[in-house]
Design a protein around this ligand. Structure first.
Ligand code: LP5
Ligand code: MN
Length: 253
């Protein structure tokens, strides 16, 4: 059954990011599956702006239990006529075709500008805005290199998971040594993003610092919405309609 093409100014769109789903946090996965069943079906579209998973070691893990459950829930949404758009984060950038096929999600580039209910909106994961974090940007460049990824993907799954574990531990150690500000977006990078994209409303995640910011760039008032990560005591979606953006608190259990 095809749904009538909805007026883009009517209805609403939901955005989420940074759920960090993993077998270690079953309650968060259960919350996400409930969100897919009870909240998201009323939306015109669902955008996932990265770090849906705690990590993704390759599409050959798409049938692992949690990955399978997530893909099935997203597929049900897509089949019900709610398009799902997925942008990768710094944890799940190896998501590829098999995930898209299993989940029905459309993979989108970072950054992308879309018209959301009449307002041009720049969507990003957010890590590329953290330009003062020199060590992270160097790491990012390395792991986004297709040759490095191919080599990683040729390893057995267990070895890939082991390497990710070691990388996570190194990352956590390094984060302890970094000043807090360095791990936030850089004001210059934000201003540059607004300039490059015609001062579109910016929505991103990654920093786990949910807030709404007002920036003034070259005489333009610009809005930046930072999505919330999902924790034991917090789960949120951003709801966009023709009148603007609002944060929707989701039931915790
Ligand atoms: O993720 P988060 O928010 O905790 O921290 C990020 C930055 N850290 C990372 C690293 C990831 O957490 C590691 C998991 C990636 C899984 C990918 C799977 C596929 C790998 C494919 C390889 C081809 O992104 C952190 C930022 C922080 O955000 C805030 O922006 O500061 O950056 C770092 O901590 C990076 C370090 O500064 C430098 C890199 C240390 C890694 C050294 C590698 C050791 C490898 C051992 C492997 C055998
Ligand atoms: Mn992230």
């Amino acid at each position: 059954m095809t749904r009538p093409v909805a007026d883009p100014r009517s209805g609403h769109t939901l955005l989420i990011s940074d759920l960090h789903l993993s077998p270690e946090r079953p309650a968060i996965t259960a919350r996400f599956l409930r969100f897919c069943r009870e909240t998201a079906p009323a939306a015109q579209a669902l955008w996932i702006l990265g770090d849906l998973f705690e990590f993704w070691v390759g599409d050959d893990t798409v049938d692992e239990p949690i990955n399978h459950d997530v893909c099935t829930a997203l597929r049900a949404l897509a089949d019900a006529g709610v398009p799902v758009f997925f942008m990768a984060g710094n944890r799940d950038f190896l998501i590829a075709r098999a995930f898209a096929d299993a989940s029905g999600a459309t993979l989108v580039d970072d950054p992308v500008v879309v018209d959301l209910h009449g307002t041009p909106t720049l969507l990003m994961h957010g890590d590329t805005l953290c330009t003062d974090d020199i060590a992270y940007q160097a790491f990012r460049k390395q792991v986004r290199n297709p040759a490095v990824q191919q080599q990683f993907l040729s390893l057995p799954v267990a070895m890939r998971k082991q390497q990710v574990g070691a990388t996570r531990a190194a990352s956590e150690r390094e984060k302890q040594l970094k000043a807090n500000d360095i791990m936030d977006v850089s004001p210059d990078a934000v201003a540059e993003a607004f300039r490059t994209h015609d001062h579109a409303r910016l929505i991103h995640g990654h920093t786990h610092r949910p807030a709404t910011h007002e920036h003034f760039v070259d005489g333009h008032r610009c809005e930046r919405w930072v999505l919330a990560d999902w924790r034991d005591d917090l789960a949120e979606a951003l709801r966009i309609d023709a009148s603007g953006a609002t944060r929707v608190a989701l039931p915790l259990d």
